[in-house]
Design a protein around this ligand. Structure first.
Ligand SMILES: Nc1nc2c(ncn2[C@@H]2O[C@H](COP(=O)(O)OP(=O)(O)OP(=O)(O)O)[C@@H](O)[C@H]2O)c(=O)[nH]1
Length: 404
């Protein structure tokens, strides 16, 4: 169903077409996916963090109880210190991670938090091992299971980082135990190892299928959002998406003291064109004009939209008055001479032409105010003969209902 719709220039559709067998998207989309994960799993991540802290506090209480009953000066002090360091490190990483603006950085702090948890757990397992052996308890590897669950828990970090960390934790703990265990304890160790490997593979597999499903869902959402904001005929933004994005772009430009230009265009004598050549030919002409406008965008932040019927708009970010004028004149020229769509019933020219109004935002001006001024310029272009571009002058407005 989605494949039948127009999905030109849609990175989500392109990625879906290419696939993501190794759970990796192309660079800009991967970053957007991480940001989505971090936002979507914010609540589970916080709950996971609280549970983890409670578990560590429980272990801390156990260590204090152990210290009170079988006080071993070096061991008890070291264990309690390790628990405290681990709780502090996790809280610290969570605090810094939450404050990062980039999803890549935020994700890094999740990994640092899990790494400190892994190191402290590994160190405490090693410290406990001689005591447990002394008490006749065989090799204890159960904390590794808990660690693996924490690492693979979907807390918004990249799958492959989770796999690397899990392998690092498992292999280093196995190696250390294999080196420090006495020969009598080795059979127990070999007996427990397959359980660990099975847990590692099982959790990695589950997380893989979860991540795969989340990625597929992310792409579908992206495609649907794109379609909701796209004009079906031309592939440009529709009015709603344009208003939303133009608003954000204007505010950003004003914060950065950069210029923003709005260009409004209307096809001349389009009713006569439809009447003469038919509606499908009219649609084709609108598509060609849409392409022409799209080609005028030089930066990723520039926007082109079909506002409705035969009305189009362009928003140029970080733009000077001179550049806006150049683009406006080029559009008028290219519409008539490059597209050169014959229009035998036009009173203006032998080909389809456009009328255009353009305006540069003034300091503190809202999008609605800029739109009104520019629309007045377009009105002047129409009333003074069509097939021309008129610049909006400051303060020139006609009453026009335009919602912000
Ligand atoms: N083919 C086609 N025509 C459309 C579409 N949307 C609106 N129109 C037509 O665009 C025409 C607009 O006509 P008018 O608003 O009278 O404007 P005009 O004939 O271009 O006259 P001026 O703007 O004054 O030059 C109408 O005939 C609409 O039917 C569309 O999606 N496809």
């Amino acid at each position: 169903m989605l494949a039948e719709l127009d999905l030109r220039d849609n990175p989500y559709a392109e990625q879906r077409r290419k696939g993501f067998r190794w759970l990796k998207f192309d660079a800009p989309l991967e970053e957007a996916y991480l940001a989505y994960l971090l936002q979507r799993y914010q609540l589970p991540r916080r709950i996971g963090g609280i549970i983890l802290t409670l578990v560590l506090l429980f272990f801390l209480a156990q260590d204090i109880h152990f210290a009170l009953t079988h006080y071993v000066p070096t061991l008890s002090g070291a264990l309690i210190a390790l628990r405290l360091i681990c709780i502090a490190a996790i809280q610290c990483c969570a605090w810094i991670g939450e404050r990062q603006t980039s999803p890549m950085q935020s994700q890094r702090w999740i990994i640092y938090g899990l790494l400190s948890l892994s190191l402290c757990t590994l160190a405490s397992t090693l410290l406990y091992q001689p005591v447990l052996l002394g008490l006749g308890i065989p090799v204890a590897l159960d904390t590794n299971f808990l660690l693996l669950i924490a690492i693979f828990f979907p807390i918004g970090h990249n799958y492959w980082n989770a796999v690397k960390l899990a392998l690092l934790v498992c292999i280093s703990s196995w190696l250390m135990l294999a080196l420090m265990l006495s020969p009598e304890a080795m059979p127990d160790f070999w007996h427990l190892l397959p359980y660990q490997v099975t847990a590692l593979l099982g959790l990695a597999g589950m997380r893989f299928s979860h991540d795969h499903a989340t990625r597929a869902q992310f792409l579908t959402r992206g495609i649907l959002n794109h379609l909701a904001g796209t004009d079906g005929l031309t592939g440009l933004l529709n009015r709603r998406a344009f208003e939303l994005r133009a608003q954000q772009s204007l505010q950003q430009a004003q914060r950065e003291h950069k210029g923003t230009a709005l260009l409004l265009m209307d096809v001349d004598h389009f009713k006569a064109y439809n009447d003469l050549y038919g509606h499908p030919a009219g649609d084709q002409a609108l598509r060609q004009i849409g392409q022409l406008l799209q080609q005028q965008l030089q930066r990723g932040t520039d926007l082109a939209a079909r506002l409705g019927g035969e009305e189009f708009a362009i928003l140029l970010h970080d733009c000077s008055a001179q550049h806006a004028q150049q683009v406006a004149r080029r559009i008028i020229h290219e519409a008539e001479h490059r597209l050169a769509i014959p229009h035998a019933h036009s009173n203006t020219a032998s080909h389809v032409t456009l009328s255009l109004g353009y305006g540069l935002a003034e300091p503190g001006e809202t999008l609605a105010e800029l739109y009104q001024r520019t629309d007045f310029a377009l009105y002047r272009a129409k009333s003074s003969g069509r097939n021309r571009a008129e610049a909006a002058t400051p303060g020139s407005q006609i009453p026009f209902p335009f919602s912000e």
